[in-house]
Design a protein around this ligand. Structure first.
Ligand code: ATP
Ligand code: MG
Ligand code: FE
Length: 353
């Protein structure tokens, strides 16, 4: 069956169609991502009200576009899946209402998808990644190590105790006026910088007894470094490179510890490490984590760039996996602002966030 997936939890409006082939592989028949970056750039961050309006304006059109590109009609679609949280509630509601309407109008099953589960399973869009695997989910709102045991079965091994790295990238870019979204901008500037020029802390990293991470102190230190000297282009590049290195150091160290823990728990023949989420699009961070994986004897997987940041292909994929298990949802599910992936979250019914 072909599954339609919709995403609208932050500032990308997206629709995608996927299906599974008999060899087990997944095909993305078509997808559209309408970014709202230009609408939020002036504010240096996502404005929820503007985001929700933009989702309303774009969603129906995107659905039509992916269907016509795939050259299919409603009778060809077996089910519809939408992000029902976590995220900005106004935006989540737009996708959710659209999905429910489609389900009702065309009498097809509806699947409510946890956005984080979309990120978590996104590497399975391109390759055969078998459960269980070790996941580092590193995005605009999250940073956590998870043991992915099955669809809907997650165990959290450690996470940030304050900010997410994506947020720190965005804040760093905003403070230096590098542009929005901040991650790609900082990465571009970092290319010309000296990563050892600015001394920045690696908070919490001296503690070896935890997989938790902290980025708030790093953010503060970056602010101080910015205020310390006039911001020449060289200085901007140096701060960007030093900041990116600090994030890479924190993630690498904890990844190596997480791998040791994971090794104690699973069959040695199935050591897989996956990174997902917007920050996984960063080339320096990808490369660092890939080499950590290599040293520890883990297979390394990361989705292609376009599926690291928010997209509907990953939502359609989770929808497909739920569809295949007949894990359908009732049309009374609610949008959730918060929805952790562990605590049996993905299989439990969404409630008011
Ligand atoms: P969440 O998925 O946690 O709810 P989100 O959906 O806002 O949050 P994503 O879309 O997964 O987050 O990722 C967006 C974040 O990724 C932003 O903070 C952005 O700055 C960051 N990001 C994107 N590309 C890069 C990059 N090349 N380097 C570093 N960070 C990046
Ligand atoms: Mg975005
Ligand atoms: Fe996301």
């Amino acid at each position: 069956s072909i599954i339609l997936g919709l995403e609208s939890s932050c500032d990308e409006t997206a629709a995608a169609l996927v299906r599974r082939h008999s060899d087990g592989s997944v095909e993305v028949l078509s997808e559209r991502i309408a970014s709202q970056d230009d609408k939020h750039a002036a504010f240096g961050g996502v404005v929820p009200e503007i985001a929700a309006r933009a989702h309303v304006e774009r969603m129906d059109g995107l659905v039509k576009e992916v269907m016509s590109e795939a050259n299919i009609g409603w009778k060809d679609i077996g089910g519809v899946a939408t992000t029902s949280g976590p995220g900005l509630i106004g935006g989540v509601l737009v996708g959710l209402m659209t999905g429910k309407g489609i389900s009702l109008a065309h009498d097809i099953p509806f699947m409510a998808v946890n956005h984080l589960e979309g990120h978590a399973l996104s590497p399975r869009l391109t390759g055969q990644i078998i459960f269980p695997y070790l996941l580092l989910l590193v995005s605009g709102g999250h940073c956590q190590f998870l043991m992915v045991k099955n669809l809907g079965e997650y165990e959290r091994l450690g996470s940030t105790i304050d900010d997410a790295p994506g947020e720190a990238f965005d804040k760093t870019a905003k403070l230096m006026g590098l542009g929005f979204p901040g991650g790609p901008a900082v990465e571009r500037w970092a290319k010309d910088g000296n990563e050892n020029a600015v001394e920045l802390p690696r908070p919490l990293l001296n503690r070896k007894d935890t997989l938790d991470m902290s980025f708030a102190g790093l953010k503060t230190a970056v602010r101080r470094a910015i205020e310390l000297e006039p911001l020449s282009d060289t200085r901007k590049a140096d701060i960007s490179a030093s900041f990116q290195l600090a994030v890479a150091d924190i993630l690498s160290k904890r990844t190596s510890q997480a791998m040791s823990l994971f090794k104690e728990r699973v069959d040695a023949s199935n050591l897989q490490f996956v990174i997902a989420g917007g920050v996984a699009a960063n080339k320096t961070i990808r490369a660092r984590l890939e080499s950590v994986a290599e040293d520890a004897g883990f297979n390394f997987a990361v989705p292609p760039m376009k599926w690291c940041t928010d997209n509907a292909a990953m939502i359609a994929l989770v929808g497909l996996e739920k569809f295949e298990r007949e894990a359908f949802d009732d049309l009374d599910v609610s949008a959730r602002a918060r929805w952790p992936l562990d605590s049996d979250a993905a299989s439990q019914k969404p409630a008011y966030g």
